[in-house]
Ligand binder design. Structure first.
Ligand code: FDA
Length: 304
């Protein structure tokens, strides 16, 4: 229900209009403004954590929105450069914010729109990872990734263990030495393309993890699941992966103690920091991941 609501404009307007939502959103989103995201980056970097910054936005419907998304990322890179934070901070973005779903050649359009951001990131000494959206965006995202990696080989991508195709995608990506972020997957997908059972998603995660950790690329292990983290730590140890040849990732505001533990244990730990005004879809996906979040949200509405 929550994932369906994440795509509803009517519910988006209702939820976004109430100021009561704000404190709950703040748990998952660093702020609406660039300076708030930089404050979060400084705090996390001070605690020994790396970050990946996401200027929130997805599913744009016109080209003017694409220009705004591009400019927001360019401004972010300029600010990171000015603050000397390029080393600790990479960028994450959704190609649907760069026009992937626009009618008539979305892939080509998105490639042209996103390339200046990837080029500016390389100039600032950092890199970009393409988030993965629902299954209809996977082929387009991988095509744009391939085109970008011709000039910018450090560009990375997220893959989702709930999709049946992901083990094959991991094999292909690892063979090209790609940076690959492995996640379980956050969208509502049909049984024709994705595992529906959580246990199957977890087992598929372990299989994909093994492919990535034995392959030649740079695995980014993105999960808060304690069992999967323990398996990943053990696998990395057994396979004698050098500490700088993979990393762990978690979302801003989730399992912060565990983030610090992994960093203290000598792993590179990167926190995904979303910011911006278009937080609705991201926020609803976080609510859907954990029923307790919905209770937290409902309580905060009732106690005001
Ligand atoms: P799982 O959902 O089983 O959670 C394990 C434990 O983590 C829970 O028991 C709870 O303690 C904690 N937890 C997890 N989610 C929580 C929440 N929302 N609130 C509070 N506690 C929570 N997805 C996608 O489709 N495309 C993408 O590009 C990305 N990108 C991405 C980047 C990074 C860095 C991360 C960590 C995740 C993503 N995701 C994503 C989201 C991912 O697909 C998945 O939905 C979430 O990570 C939740 O799954 P877990 O692996 O954490 O396991």
């Amino acid at each position: 229900m929550l994932l369906a609501a994440a795509r509803s404009d009517v519910i988006r307007r209702a939820v976004s209009a109430t100021p009561l939502t704000r404190p709950v959103v703040d748990r998952f989103v660093a702020g609406e403004r660039l300076d708030q995201s930089l404050t979060a980056v400084r705090e996390l970097a001070g605690a020994g954590l790396a970050v990946t910054l996401d200027h929130l936005g997805e599913d744009v419907t016109d080209k003017a929105q694409v220009v705004r998304a591009r400019d927001a990322y360019l401004a972010l890179l300029e600010a990171l450069r000015a603050e000397g934070l390029g080393e600790r901070a990479e960028l994450s973005l959704k190609l649907s914010a760069f026009g992937l779903r626009l009618p008539g050649g979305g892939e080509e359009f998105a490639h042209r729109a996103v390339e200046p951001v990837v080029a500016a990131a390389a100039e600032a000494g950092t890199m970009v990872t393409l988030d993965m959206e629902d299954h209809t965006a996977v082929d387009g995202t991988l095509t744009v990734l391939g085109a970008l990696r011709g000039r910018f080989p450090r560009t990375g991508v997220a893959v989702q263990s709930y999709l049946y195709r992901t083990e094959d995608d991991c094999r292909a990506l690892a063979a090209t030495g790609c940076r690959v972020r492995l996640v379980k997957g956050a969208y509502r997908e049909p049984a024709s393309v994705a595992h529906q059972d959580r246990r199957q998603v977890d087992l598929a995660y372990v299989r994909a993890l093994r492919i990535l950790l034995t392959g030649g690329g740079y695995p980014m292990i993105a999960t808060h699941d304690p069992r999967l983290i323990a398996i990943a730590e053990e696998l990395a140890r057994r396979l004698e992966r050098a500490p700088d040849s993979y990393e762990f990732q978690m979302l801003y505001g989730i399992r912060t103690e565990e983030q610090l533990r992994l960093a203290r244990a000598g792993h590179l730990m990167r926190v995904y920091v979303p910011y911006g005004t278009d937080w609705y879809g991201y926020f609803m996906r976080r609510l859907a991941e954990r029923p307790a979040n919905l209770g937290f949200f409902a309580r905060s509405l009732l106690t005001r």
